[in-house]
Design a binder for this molecule. Structure first.
Ligand code: SF4
Length: 379
């Protein structure tokens, strides 16, 4: 039984036979990609406050030490990103700061906000003004919270990490797998192109990995909204000394991801955390975001590779490397998709019933200005 399933109204039926089949998959059973993609982004660590205390995470700061970027700081980061040729403002968060974070809430109140989500909305608007497409990862979100910010984001995300209850999430405040799945489901209900992923090596079993990937696949099957799944190894840092998965493990789990997910979902590994060049043949087709100017604030000990390094990975694999937007092309309406698009448009993107990008994001993409030119140059 999925932890928290009844509390969060998650009804998943993961077939035992499908789990068994996936557990038999290895690198030899999947095909490599025909090209690799990446996005140019800047990290905007809107707040380091988090209600949880995952034992592998160096991102969150405890109450009294957590930061909250001002809109001026957001603007400055985004301006530098746009100047450097980025297309994406990647808003990183902890999970909804709870009431221990009095300083954060006091600051938000002083700026006229009673929640981090209404503030995120303003921050996304600043990013758009500065010429970047927002992609926010605000942890778990209720339907109301996501609806508050969905139209000012090109796409959004949250890592599922695992469907298992693992000690690394334990403690008085722990995130629940079912709550993550509810967030992923909510994105589907709200027609938000979504990024999720699994975290490998936090105490989950092989069966847990298979079930996690199949749970994502089932959510996508219902809504056609998952654009990429990140296969991320946990890495040693000042809070985590329980090791990192070895290459053989990463190759097998990456191949399992490729096999579990339909072709239209990209499988991404973060090259600053995983041995990307040794995983391409296991089905990786996306190398995530590369930032010319900001650190990876989630894992500051691991510097992002330069763009040149991504090019070397592609060259070694003998594959073309293409830049992409934070929202994948299959979620764009037909008139904005590139002429050589040969994928499968996201469900009902063209019939008027379902719009994957909001009028706000559409306006940014078609704008007759430098940012619009930059976005369209990637398509
Ligand atoms: S991994 Fe995410 S939810 Fe867990 S402590 Fe870090 S920021 Fe919070």
């Amino acid at each position: 039984m999925l932890p928290g399933a009844s509390e969060y109204g998650i009804d998943l039926s993961i077939d035992d036979a499908a789990v068994e089949r996936l557990l038999d998959v290895g690198p030899a059973d999947v095909a490599g990609p025909s090209e690799l993609t990446f996005a140019r982004n800047v990290f905007v660590p809107l707040t380091t406050a988090c209600r949880y205390t995952c034992t592998y995470c160096t991102y969150f700061d405890p109450p009294g030490q957590a930061s909250l970027l001002s809109l001026e700081e957001v603007r400055e980061i985004c301006r530098r990103g746009a100047d450097a040729g980025c297309t994406e403002a990647l808003f990183t968060f902890g999970d909804d700061p709870d009431d221990r974070y009095t300083a954060i809430h006091d600051q938000l109140a002083e700026w006229g906000h009673d929640s981090i989500h209404t503030y995120l909305r303003e921050a996304c608007e600043v990013a758009l003004e500065e010429g970047l497409l927002p992609h926010a990862n605000p942890g778990d979100q209720t339907r109301e919270q996501m609806a508050e910010v969905a139209d000012v984001n090109a796409s959004m995300g949250v890592m599922l990490e695992s469907t298992a209850a693992v000690d690394a999430h334990a403690g008085p405040r722990k995130k629940e797998p079912a709550q993550r799945l509810r967030t992923i489901r909510t994105a589907g209900e709200l027609d938000v192109a979504f990024t999720t992923g699994i975290l490998v090596g936090i105490g989950e079993t092989w069966r847990d990995r298979a079930e996690s990937l199949l749970a994502i696949a089932e959510m996508h099957d219902r809504y056609d909204h998952v654009q990429e799944v990140i296969v991320q190894p946990v890495v040693e840092n000042e809070r985590w000394s329980d090791g990192s998965p070895d290459l053989e493990t990463m190759r097998r789990v990456t191949a399992m991801a490729r096999a579990a997910l339909p072709e239209e979902i990209s499988v991404q590994v973060p090259p600053n955390l995983a041995p990307a060049r040794d995983l391409i043949d296991c089905g990786v087709d996306d190398l995530g975001g590369v930032s010319p100017i900001t650190d990876d604030h989630i894992n500051p000990d691991y510097a992002w590779p330069a763009l040149r390094e991504l090019e070397e990975i592609a060259e070694t694999a003998g594959l073309p490397l293409h830049e992409r937007l934070p929202v994948y092309e299959r979620f764009l309406p037909a008139d904005l998709r590139p002429a050589d698009f040969d994928g499968v448009p996201a469900e009902r993107a063209d019939d008027g019933d379902r719009e994957w990008i909001s009028p706000t994001i559409r306006s940014a993409l078609v704008a007759d200005d430098a940012a619009g030119d930059r976005y369209r140059s990637v398509l």
